[in-house]
Structure formats: C-alpha cells, structure tokens
Design a protein around this ligand. Structure first.
Ligand SMILES: Cc1cc2nc3c(=O)[nH]c(=O)nc-3n(C[C@H](O)[C@H](O)[C@H](O)COP(=O)(O)O)c2cc1C
Length: 191
C-alpha cells in the first residue's frame, strides 16, 4: 500500500495504454463509487457518469477527443495503444448549472482509485461537441469531461520547472513523457 504522497505522485496523466488489457465493468463501477463518495457543493451531487469498455463504443468516443495540445507532432494514441475504457462525466442540468469543483474532486478520486488498481488515465476537456449526439445522450446531460482509462504503457516523469520557466510537458527521444511542476517556493505565498 502506497502512502498518500506516493499514491498522488504516481497518479499521473497517461495517454498511451496496453490496448490488449481490458478494464472490467465492475472496475469502472468501483471507480464511480469513489466519485460518488466525494464532496459536493450544497451536497447537490449533480454529476452523472457514463462508463464504457466496449471496443465498438470506444471507437465512437475516441475521434471526438483532443490529446496533448503541447505535443504538436503527436495526434494522440495510435491503434494498439488506445484507452480500453472511458468514464464520461456529465452534469445533470436539472440539478445544477455548474459543478467544476465537484468535478475536480470526483475525477481525482477516480484517478487515484485507478492507480490502486494498476490502471491510469487522462482527463480530457478537449471534446468535440459532436460526442453528445454520437452517444445519443439525453439533452439535460452536459458532457463536462471524459476520463480515458487503461493499463498505462508509457513512462511519465515529474520534474521541477524553473521559476518563471516552462510548464509545457514534453517527450524525450526515448518517448519518456516529462511533466514540469512548479516548485513549492513558487506556489507558496508567505504571509
Ligand atoms: C481539467 C483538465 C482537463 C484536461 N484536458 C486534457 C485534454 O483535453 N487532453 C489531454 O491530453 N490532457 C488533458 N488534461 C491532462 C493535463 O494535460 C495534465 O493533467 C497535465 O499535463 C499535468 O500532468 P499530470 O496530470 O501528470 O500532472 C487535462 C487535465 C485537467 C485537470
């Protein structure tokens, strides 16, 4: 069992997966159960989740997602390294008009849970507005975020960004993905 910092540190964004390793429906339900347990403004709980691990539906979702905007020479995971499951995070607009804080809490719970199960994923906010109709979703449900999931098949390293320096993630010649994080000194405001 990892301690909390190790768990958070290893819960990185992964964008390349073992497409031959499925994610079971039961696992997806366990992950949205973790989302269900998270905090919610006014305890309104306006988030709903559509889970998918069927290759035929995955194929309908994938073309509507935007991957890694900073990696301009990479258009996203190739066939063979694509996510094997998705959790589509939906806002029930009959309950609330926004849920950005709830969404952060819920998706972090999901991704932390995924790490404990040997899985990993990527939150995707860059979503074509055609995804809603591609999935025949009811009009009162608004897509907020898609979490792509699977067994990660890439190495991701955190590194310290220099003060005022670059925050763009990048890939080296060995295909290792580097993620600069601002230092504690830079994010702390001493009072
Ligand atoms: C709200 C949100 C939206 C994101 N949208 C995308 C996206 O559309 N496409 C993508 O490839 N990554 C997306 N990401 C992943 C970020 O690029 C990633 O979190 C960032 O590079 C830091 O890496 P880390 O998650 O490993 O710390 C998103 C992350 C968040 C929190």
């Amino acid at each position: 069992m990892k301690n909390l910092k190790e768990l958070i540190t290893s819960t990185r964004t992964f964008r390349r997966f073992r497409q031959d390793v499925p994610v079971e429906t039961e696992t997806l339900l366990e992950l949205i159960e973790l989302a269900r347990l998270g905090g919610s403004a006014r305890n309104a709980q306006p988030l709903k989740y559509a889970v998918c691990n069927k290759p035929s539906i995955n194929e309908r979702i994938f073309p509507h997602l935007g991957w890694a905007g900073y990696l301009t020479d990479w258009s996203g995971p190739a066939e063979g390294e694509r996510p094997t499951a998705y959790i589509i995070c939906l806002l029930d607009t009959t309950i609330s008009t926004e849920a950005e804080c709830d969404l952060g809490i819920a998706t972090q719970n999901i991704l932390l849970g995924a790490t404990t199960k040997g899985l990993g994923g990527c939150r995707i906010g860059s979503i074509s507005n055609k995804l809603h109709s591609a999935l025949n979703l009811p009009p009162h449900l608004k897509i907020l975020l898609v979490i792509a999931l699977g067994r990660p098949d890439e190495t991701v390293l955190l590194e310290k960004s220099e003060k005022g320096g670059g925050i763009k993630y990048w890939r080296d010649k060995d295909e290792v993905h580097h993620v600069p994080k601002r230092s504690l000194e830079e994010i702390r405001l001493p009072l």
